[in-house]
Structure formats: structure tokens, C-alpha cells
Design a protein around this ligand. Structure first.
Ligand code: ZN
Length: 151
């Protein structure tokens, strides 16, 4: 990570951790899943409302975890809200590939936008699971699985 990316990453993680977007439970939802990262102790519960056109009309989460897991969940909800389920799945694939180091957002075409600030986690193996937990939980919820674990 260069200095500017690192600074942007720190600012975004701080901001989204302090003031997480879409942080609430949702009584009426179409999809729902629990995610758990035993390595760090991060837990989150994700709610989705997918409408008849396949659009993610609403998405929210609650949970308890480290700053990275919370910021990543907050940014994930902001990124997929209003997108189609297919576009949300594409983002999941890209985010996952980026965190594994197989997609470099600086050189490969992608839809990650601000989410690209998480590219640096590929160098922090213990943090990869914190950053990807929300995305794995999203994928689980969209496929009708109630539980997912990073282990
Ligand atoms: Zn964590």
C-alpha cells in the first residue's frame, strides 16, 4: 500500500467503525444469515430485502467485532444497496479475489470503487477473514444459508 492508500484506508475504517452505515436489524426481510469469524471473534447478522425485480432494496447488519470487520460490513451494505443480486455477487467475487491477492484493483478491471482500499489486507493474513466476513455472510444469505463461518 502506498502512503495515500494507507491513509484513505485508515480514514474509511475509522469512519465506518465509528459511524457504521445500515447498522440495525430488519424485522421484515427476504434473506438473512449469521456470520462468525472464530479467529478474531467477529460476529454479525445480516438482513436483506430483495424485491421482485432482483434488486437489493434494503440491507442492514448488527453484530460485534473488530474495527475492520465492522467497517467492512458497513461499506459492504453501502456498496450493494440498490444493486441487483447479480451485481452484488460480482462484487463479492471481486472483493474475495482482491483479499486473496488474485485481483489487483489498481491494474485489473473491477467494480470495487472505494472498497479497493481493502486491497492491503492481502498482506495481513490474520485480517483477511475480518475484512471478508461480511461478504461471505452476504453470499450465504443470498444462497439461503443461515450460518457461515470463516473457518
Ligand atoms: Zn476481526
Amino acid at each position: 500500500m502506498n502512503a495515500r492508500t494507507k491513509q484513505l484506508y485508515q480514514e474509511l475504517v475509522l469512519d465506518h467503525n465509528r459511524n457504521p452505515r445500515n447498522y440495525r436489524s430488519m424485522e421484515v426481510h427476504s434473506h438473512h444469515a449469521h456470520g462468525h469469524n472464530p479467529l478474531c471473534g467477529d460476529r454479525l447478522e445480516l438482513f436483506l430485502k430483495v424485491d421482485a425485480d432482483g434488486l437489493v432494496a434494503d440491507v442492514s447488519f448488527i453484530g460485534d467485532g473488530c474495527a475492520i470487520s465492522k467497517a467492512s460490513a458497513s461499506m459492504m451494505t453501502a456498496a450493494v444497496k440498490g444493486k441487483t443480486v447479480a451485481d452484488a455477487e460480482t462484487l463479492f467475487q471481486e472483493f474475495h479475489a482482491m483479499s486473496m491477492g488474485t485481483l489487483d484493483p489498481e491494474s485489473a478491471p473491477n467494480h470495487l470503487g472505494k472498497l479497493a482500499v481493502f486491497a492491503g489486507v492481502r498482506d495481513l493474513p490474520a485480517r483477511v477473514k475480518c475484512a471478508t466476513l461480511a461478504w461471505h455472510t452476504l453470499d450465504a444469505a443470498l444462497h439461503g444459508h443461515e450460518q457461515t463461518s470463516t473457518e
